[in-house]
Design a protein around this ligand. Structure first.
Ligand code: G4P
Length: 291
C-alpha cells in the first residue's frame, strides 16, 4: 500500500513559511527524535540557505538515547546546524533552546529588538507542546490527530524572544515510502491515509530485528515469533484483540501495537539510524527499513 497524505492547507502554509523565513533570525525545526531523517521536511531544508537553524530532536524520552546521540553528531557536521534533543513537555529542557536561540542571534534580544524565531516541522512532532511549554500557558492546540494547527501565529515570550508558530507541513510526493511508513508508525500521517495492518507489520518487522528484548518483555513472549504476522497475532492474544468467534483481529492488534509503540509502552525505540552515502558526495540518509 502506497502512503500519500497532503491536506489542502499545507501547500499554502509552505508558501507562508517561505515568506516568513526572510524576516526571522533563527529557525527551530522540530523533528521526532525516533525518526529525525524521515521527520525532516526536505521542502523546508531547501529554504534554509545560511539561516541559523536548530534541529530539535523532540520526544527524546521515547527514543533510544545512543541512537539520538549519533543523530546529534551527524547533524552538527553540517554547517550552520545545531541539534538539541529535548522533551517538549519538560520546561527545564526547553529553556536550553531559548539560550541557544539567543546565542545564535547575538545582535538581537534587546528591548524593541527581540530574537525572531520561527518554529517549523511536520505534523505531530510536538511543535504545539513546545510552544505551550515555552509560553508557560496554552497557546497552541495539542492533539494526537496530526495537522490540527492550520494558520501561523505570533507569540511574545516576554523574555526577548518572539515565536512564529506555523502549521505542520509535509511534502506532496512521498517517494521515500520506507520513510513514509516510519512517519505512519510514529503517528505523523492521518489515520485516513493508512492501513493499520500494513503499517503495524512494517513496524513489527523493524522492532523485532532491533529491539527483540523489549517485545519479549512487553508481550510475555518466551521466544520471538518467526515473522511479523505471527508477532502481531501474539500481541492480539496478549491484549485481547479478538473477533466474535475468538479469532484474532489482526487489524485491531496492529493498531494496538502501534498505539503502544507510539506511547513508549515498550520502552525507548528509535526507528532509524544515520548513515552517510559515499565519501566524496556525502549525504545524510537513514537506515532501518525492512521494506
Ligand atoms: P504538533 O503541534 O507538532 O502537531 O504536535 P503536538 O504538540 O500536538 O504533539 C503531538 C503529540 O505528541 C501529543 O500527544 C503531545 O503530547 C506529544 N508530545 C509532544 N512532545 C512530546 C515529548 O517530548 N515527549 C512525548 N512523550 N510526547 C510528546 P497526544 O497524544 O495528543 O497526548 P496528550 O498530550 O494529549 O495526552
Amino acid at each position: 500500500m502506497t502512503i500519500r497524505w497532503y491536506p489542502g492547507h499545507m501547500g499554502k502554509a509552505l508558501e507562508q513559511i517561505g515568506d516568513l523565513i526572510k524576516r526571522v533570525d533563527v529557525v527551530i525545526e522540530v523533528l521526532d527524535a525516533r525518526l529525525p531523517f524521515s521527520s525532516s521536511n526536505h521542502k523546508l531544508e531547501e529554504l534554509r540557505r545560511t539561516k541559523p537553524w536548530i534541529k530539535v530532536l523532540n520526544k527524546h524520552d521515547l527514543a533510544d538515547s545512543a541512537v539520538t546521540k549519533a543523530w546529534v553528531r551527524e547533524f552538527e557536521k553540517q554547517a550552520g546546524i545545531r541539534a538539541l534533543p529535548i522533551s517538549a513537555r519538560q520546561h527545564s529542557e526547553t529553556k536550553q533552546l531559548i539560550k541557544l536561540c539567543q546565542l545564535l542571534a547575538p545582535k538581537r534580544g534587546k528591548p524593541g529588538f527581540p530574537v525572531r524565531v520561527m518554529v517549523v516541522g511536520i505534523p505531530n512532532v510536538g511543535k504545539s507542546t513546545l510552544i505551550n511549554t515555552l509560553a508557560g500557558r496554552s497557546m497552541a492546540k495539542v492533539g494526537d490527530k496530526p495537522a490540527i494547527t492550520t494558520t501561523t501565529q505570533l507569540i511574545d515570550l516576554k523574555n526577548g524572544v518572539v515565536l512564529n508558530d506555523t502549521p505542520g507541513v509535509l511534502w506532496p510526493d512521498m517517494d521515500d515510502q520506507p520513510g513514509a511508513y516510519r512517519l505512519a508508525t510514529s503517528g505523523a500521517i492521518g489515520a485516513n491515509a493508512l492501513d493499520y495492518t500494513t503499517v503495524g507489520l512494517f513496524a513489527a518487522e523493524y522492532v523485532m530485528q532491533r529491539y527483540p528484548g523489549l517485545l519479549k518483555n512487553r508481550y510475555k513472549l518466551a521466544d520471538m515469533p518467526d515473522n511479523a504476522t505471527e508477532f502481531i497475532e501474539s500481541v492480539g492474544r496478549c491484549l485481547g484483540c479478538l473477533k466474535s468467534g475468538g479469532e484474532i483481529d489482526l487489524n485491531r492488534a496492529a493498531e494496538a501495537f502501534l498505539r503502544e509503540l507510539r506511547a513508549g509502552k515498550l520502552g525507548r525505540v528509535s526507528l532509524e539510524e544515520p548513515v552517510r552515502d559515499g565519501a566524496d558526495n556525502e549525504m545524510l540518509t537513514a537506515s532501518g527499513s525492512p521494506l
